[in-house]
Design a protein around this ligand. Sequence first.
Ligand code: GLY
Ligand code: MN
Ligand code: MN
Length: 439
Amino acid sequence: MEIKLTEYGQRRKRLMKKIGTGTAIFRSAPTVVMHNDVEHVFRQDSDFFYLTGFNEPEAVAVLAPHHEEHHFVLFVQPKDPEKETWTGYRCGVEKAKEFYGADEAYPINELHKRLPQYIEKADRIYYHLGRDKNFNEMILSHWQRLMAVYSKRGTGPIAIEDPNPILHPMRQVKSLTELEMLRTAIDISVIAHNRAREFVQVGHYEYEIQAEIEHTFRLHGGTGPAYPSIVASGANSCILHYIENRRQIQENELLLIDAGCSYGYYNGDITRTFPVSNKFTGEQKAIYELVLEAQLKAIESVRPGKPYNEFHDMAVCVLVQGLIDLGLLKGDLEEIIKEEKYKPFYMHKTGHWLGLDVHDVGIYKQGEGTWQPLESGHLLTVEPGLYISPNIKPTEGQPEVPERWHGIGIRIEDDVLVTKTGHEVLTAGVPKMIDEISL
Ligand code: GLY
Ligand code: MN
Ligand code: MN
C-alpha cells in the first residue's frame, strides 16, 4: 500500500492555490546520518515527503504556481553508478519527472544557478527558516539580491513567509489513503502489544519484551519503531521517557509499554500498563481504575466541534478528584487544578496530533485562549497517566505520599480518529479493561 502520485499532485495543487503568486521552497532531510563511516537509515523530512513522496536526501522541491511552464520543480542527486553501489538506488534527474510528476528536474548542484528564475517574479518566498543554516543563507542571499533591484524592476519577493501555517493544517486533516496507511501502522502496533502481553513473564528483562515488539513491527512490514520503545517495569514506569529497557521484571510489578510502529512514515503510538503477575495490588488497582476512568471519559469528549483542550481538561478533572478521594491530594478540586497542584502526579498533556510525525504538526491554539476545534479527519492520542515516583515531592501544603504508593506509574494511550459524528478508537484491539488484563 502506498500513497498514489495523483494524491501528491493534489496536495501540491491545494498548496499552490493558497500561495498564488508566491514560490514555495521545501528541502529534503539533508543527508544520510553517518556515525563515523557507518550509514544510518535515512528518514525523509515529513513536509517534503507529504508534498512529493520523494524519499532521497539532498533534494529540493520548488512550487511556483505563477511560472509560465514549471509549477513543480525537483532538484535531485544525479545518477552515479559508483556511489549507488555503496548507498543504494538514486532516481536521478531524468526519472524525477516521470516518476514524481515534476514539470522540470535538475541536478541538485544547479540549484543556486536555476533558483532565480522561479523566485524573481514571485511576490513572496514561502520557506521555513531554521532547519538548515547553510541552506537558509543561500535563500537569504537570493532574496537580498532580488530586493536590491526591486525598485528598478518593480517585481520580486518582498517577504519570506513560513509555509507551515498553510501546509500544516492540510497535513492535520488525514485523507482516506493516509488513514489506510495510519491504520496499517496502528494495526501492526496493536499486534505487537498483544504479542508482548502474551510473552511477558516475571524474570524476563525489559529488553526481551522490546525485542518481541520490534521484531513484530518488522515482521509485518513496518519500518521499525516510530519512537524509542519504552518498556518500563516497577518504578521505571514513573520515568516518562525511560528507554534503557535493561531491568529484570519482578513479581507483582506493573509493566508500562509505550511503543508504536512506523509504516511508510505513518505512525502508531500506544501505551498499555498491566500487572505482570496478572494481579493488581490494592494501590495499583486504585490508580489504574482512576487512569482508565480518566481515559474513557476523555475519549468520550472527542468529537467534531469540541475545542482541543476539552479532553485534557476532562482527564485532569477525573484524575484530581480521584487523587482527592484517595487522600493523595487535599483541598478544593478547582483550586488544585487552577494552581496545578496535581503536577507531581501528572506532568504531561493528555495527547497530541498523530500522523507523519509522532508528535504531528498542527496547531493546538488559534490565538490567546481559543483552542482549535476538533474536525473530522483529525487523529490524536488520548494518553492520561499518573506517576508516583519514589522521589515524588508534593507541592506546598499537600500531604506526603505514603510509601505504599511509591513506584506506581500508569499510562493508557489510544489513537483516536475524529469522525463526522464522534470518534473511532483505532487502537481498540489492545485490551485495557481491568478484567481483560488481570485475574
Ligand atoms: N511515545 C510518545 C508519546 O506518547 O507521546
Ligand atoms: Mn503519544
Ligand atoms: Mn506513546
